[in-house]
Design a protein around this ligand. Sequence first.
Ligand code: 5RP
Length: 221
Amino acid sequence: MQTAKAAAAKAALDHIEEGSILGVGTGSTVNCLIDAIGESGLRLQGAVASSVGTEKRLKAIGIDLLDLNSTGTLDLYIDGADETNPALELIKGGGAALTREKIIAGASAKFLCIVDKSKQVNVLGAFPLPVEVIPMARSFAARELLKLGCDPEYRDGVITDNGNVILDCYRFNIANPKELEHAVNAIPGVVTVGLFALRGADALLVGHDDGNTELIDAQGG
Ligand code: 5RP
């Protein structure tokens, strides 16, 4: 799996413009991307990071960190995913960075998602859907999520970079990802849900165990 992640990450280098500002996601596949950028010698004007962990890694390879409030729209955001369906709608947040990831994805002209083959599914939902919740709303939000038809579980011991908690939703029927994204986001106390359907990926780079990669765009081409 590590070979597949590294292959997708390396192939993503071809999509990054020299001297640009890059949005950078979070997770082990993105860590491969940061390593690949470091090894390639590619120069960036700077990067907007989706987590404290990513910030540290970018700093370590000498990339300037920029504030999204001063960059304007980014040309490109690159991030991993926990699951992707054929429409390139995603489940994200396995690494608890979903809110900042969704903000940067929304603020970017293009979202390139990098995954290993195991992340491709026909229907989203085998991976428990993460929901970031303000701490005082934890029990209330869990009861509301239960009403929407899932089994929410508190991710014990995890505090997000925003000071919030995560509820992982098991056994959600995600027949209509956009509808469910709206419904979960409407629960008071929910900061955001790890469904990326209203703003899914524009393109997907899939890495295989033999080191090959394939590029799929959102239109399925
Ligand atoms: C973090 C995420 C990650 O993109 C997702 O969990 C995939 O991680 P990995 O690349 O380690 O498989 O959404 O919040």
